[in-house]
Each structure stands twice: as C-alpha cells, then as structure tokens.
Design a binder for this molecule. Structure first.
Ligand SMILES: C[S@@+](CC[C@H](N)C(=O)[O-])C[C@H]1O[C@@H](n2cnc3c(N)ncnc32)[C@H](O)[C@@H]1O
Length: 427
C-alpha cells in the first residue's frame, strides 16, 4: 500500500520511520510519501488565505492541494481522506476497510482547515480522530496511517495479536501482565498461572466485559452477549454507581423569584421530611439545607431535634433515621467544605434545573461521569424559581431538566428530587 500524506509541515513525520511503521516500509509492505503542499503553491508563503464570509483564522487554499494531489498520482476515484474534527469518527472498522485500498491520499489540515472544494472535487472521506481540536492534521494523518498499515498482512510479527486486541469482537481488551509476578505488593492474578486455557479464556472474556462496561458502555450495546454476560454487565455498572457517594443540597438562598430577582425562600416541613426519606431510601449520604436566615435556621433545627433526639425520635425511629441525614448550613460553600471533610476531596457539583440550557448532561451521561471520575457527587436543587446564574456557573455539570407531557413545568422540588434520584440511583 502506498500512503501519500499532504501537509504543510513535512518535518512532523519522523515517527513514521520508527518501530512497526518503519519495519512495514523496510519490508516494502507499505510506503509513506510525505508531500509538502507549499511546494505546489505559487508562492510557498501563501498556501492559506482569509476566510470568505468573515471569521477568525486562515483556510488552506484549494489550488496547491489539488496540484499536490495530481502531481503525486491522484486521479478521480482514488481514495482521499481529509482529517478534520468535523468529520465522521474514525473507528477500527474504518481502518479495516481501508486496508483494501492500494493507495491512500491523506490531507492534513492546519489553521481553520481546508477549502471545502477539495472534499467536493475529490469525493474525500472526512474523518475525525476524536472529539477534541488539535492544531493540525499531522497527528491525525499519522494515527490513521498507523492504524491501517499495522493491519496489512506481514506487518506485525504475530498476526494472533490482531485477533485478541481491543475492538476485535467489539469489546476492549482484557488487562495484560508480564514479569515480575509481584511488584510493590501487587500480584498478577493467580488464574493466569492455572495452566488451563479454557479457564484463562473465560477470565479474560469476563475482564473484557467488565472493562468495556466501565470505560465504553456504548460499545457493549452493539455486541451480542449471553444472558449471563448481560447480567454481569448490568450488575457491574449498578455496583460502580453505588460506590459513588451522593449528597443533596436544597438551596433557599440565593434563588430566583418569577421576575428573576434574587431572593431567599422559607423552609417547608414537607421538603425536610420527604427529601430526608428519599435520601435514606436511595442511600444518599447527606442532605444539606442551605438557609442563612437565622429564624429559619432555628425553626429547622428545632424540627430536626424533635425527630432526631426529642419525642419524635422515640415514637418513630424510621423517621429519626431519615432526618439524621439532614443538616442546616449557611451557604453552598459550607456544604462543599463539609463534604470535603468527609470524603477527603471536593464533590462533583451537579445543578438541577427546569430550564433548557445548552450545556446539560443526560442521566446516562452523568452516570458515566460518576463511574469514570469515581468522585462523590453533590446534587444541587433550588427552591423558588431556581438557582441563580452565579451558582450555576460554579457547577461542574447541569443535569437535563425533567420533561413532562405538556408545557406545564412547575414540579415541586421534592418531586424533582424523587424523579432524579430514581433515574440516577434506582434499579
Ligand atoms: C485547528 S484544526 C481546525 C478546526 C476547525 N476550524 C473546526 O473547528 O472544526 C486544524 C486542523 O487540525 C486537524 N484536526 C484537529 N483536530 C482533529 C481531530 N479531532 N481529528 C482529525 N483532525 C483534526 C484537521 O486537519 C484540521 O483541519
């Protein structure tokens, strides 16, 4: 296979001569031809130009790219790839498909990218290597070349290693170990020394499932699994979410009134009791009422004392158990400091809102984040007409609003807490 890479920065391609890529070229299984686009520009300093229609930055011009393609043997129909964060995600299956091509032309963009007419004239496939923006297409073009060339027959010494790696069966690879058997007290799992290949294979499959379910649950949805494996996957994820300590804050100040003014609201007995009982039911570690008003605080404390140490605690121990989770504090910062003391680190702060915003996360996304970050999580609920913009700014994430079946959007906060806790922590 011949891979032509068109770039403004040919010196960036040193890694292409190393290791397996270097070997593939020495064995003449693949050749990499790095083409400097500037050599095909009328003036090498003008391979890019301003953006038509206005906007920041420069765009790589169509003429030098087309000239570079043609001068290096491109003809209509030959496979062209444009690297761009706006492209389709580049996956293993794309790498596998491209091994069928005899020649590839990969264009590394730079600045704001390349003139769209290059794509239109060549029928290029646009690929992104991930949801982030790099300064140039040099790394993406090397990533794509590497992922394709290593799959070509004869490139890897042991072709069995291709069969067992990540994505091969839609799953991520199991953990690997080598000598020494014990390092700093960490031992290689005993099962790998049992000598029974079937047992080792079963263990590896289970580890693959476990890893995929934690790191890439999206992949698992596409893989045919046995009922037993599905069960293991569901349990693994439920256990991972359960390991995250969740806290609730109910903010009475600062919140908004219907006109957008910043106000303080009064505590309500219903919210204290119902959210405490919900918290106990869903194993929430603490429920903080944020209320700086002195009289309001006093009232709340009296009520809590009645149920946690007074007469109420004797007549209803279940209620005592739930209300023991409740504390009254002055500010949201106090809540975070208290959690920091308990957990040894600040929690992820997640706001809840009834308003549609751009930067929201879904319940599934928040679960993924909770599992991945393995941090405690503080769910922040507002009273009145919701949390102020300043408080929203302090949050790490904003959770998607609950949407009913019409445009009436005035759930009580305790109802919202119920629904959200069940979506996040329920079975
Ligand atoms: C700064 S980026 C251009 C970003 C472009 N204006 C946008 O917002 O989509 C410059 C070049 O880097 C390369 N690039 C950056 N991130 C990439 C990614 N995630 N996948 C593939 N190519 C990428 C592309 O070749 C792109 O033309």
């Amino acid at each position: 296979m011949k891979v032509n890479i068109l770039t403004l920065f040919p010196d960036a391609y040193v890694p292409m001569g190393e290791s397996i890529m270097g070997r593939a070229q020495k064995k003449e299984i693949a050749s990499v031809n790095v083409v400097n686009i500037r050599s095909y520009a009328e003036d090498p300093h003008f391979a890019d130009d301003i953006v038509y229609g206005g906007g920041a930055g420069m765009v790589m011009k169509v003429e030098p790219i087309m000239a570079a393609l043609k001068a290096n043997g491109w003809q209509k129909g030959a496979k062209v790839i444009v690297t761009t964060p706006a492209g389709r995600p580049f996956h293993q299956r794309e790498a596998e498909r491209l091994t069928g091509e005899e020649e590839l032309f990969i264009i590394a963009g730079h600045y704001e990218g390349i003139d769209q007419r290059v794509v239109d004239l060549t029928g290029a496939e646009e690929f992104s290597i991930g949801d982030y923006v790099l300064t140039g297409g040099e790394l993406p073009s090397m990533v794509i070349t590497d992922s394709v060339v290593r799959l070509l027959d004869g490139v890897l010494g042991d072709s069995a290693s291709l069969e067992q790696e990540s994505f091969n069966e839609g799953l991520l690879e199991y953990p690997q170990y080598t000598r020494p058997r014990v390092f700093e007290g960490e031992a290689v799992p005993d099962v790998l020394f049992c000598g029974n290949h079937k047992v080792i294979e079963a263990w590896r499959r289970e580890q693959s499932l476990r890893r995929t379910s934690l790191n890439r649950p999206d992949l698992l949805k596409k893989v045919p699994l046995s009922d037993e494996e599905r069960q293991l996957y569901a349990e693994e994820r439920a256990a991972a979410v359960e390991r995250v300590d969740v806290y609730i804050a109910l903010v009475h100040y600062p919140v908004l009134d219907p006109k957008g003014n910043v106000i303080a609201t009064s505590v309500t007995n219903l919210d204290i009791h119902d959210i405490a009982r919900l918290s106990r039911t869903y194993n929430v570690k603490g429920y903080y009422i944020v209320q700086p008003g002195e009289e309001q605080k006093e009232l709340t404390k009296q009520l809590l004392n009645y149920w946690t140490s007074g007469h109420g605690s004797k007549i209803n121990p279940d209620r005592r158990e739930a209300l023991s989770l409740v504390s009254v504090v002055d500010t949201l910062d106090d809540v975070v400091s208290r959690i920091e003391e308990i957990q040894g680190e600040a929690p992820l702060k997640v706001a809840t809102t009834a308003k549609i915003r751009r930067d929201i996360v879904s319940y599934e996304e928040l679960k993924e984040i909770m599992i991945r970050e393995n941090h405690s999580c503080l769910l922040v609920f507002g009273t009145g007409y919701g949390l102020t913009d300043e408080l929203m700014e302090e949050m790490n994430y904003v959770l998607k609003p609950i949407v009913g079946r019409g445009d009436y959007n005035h759930l009580s906060v305790r109802s919202a807490v119920s629904i959200i806790l069940d979506r996040l922590l329920g079975e």
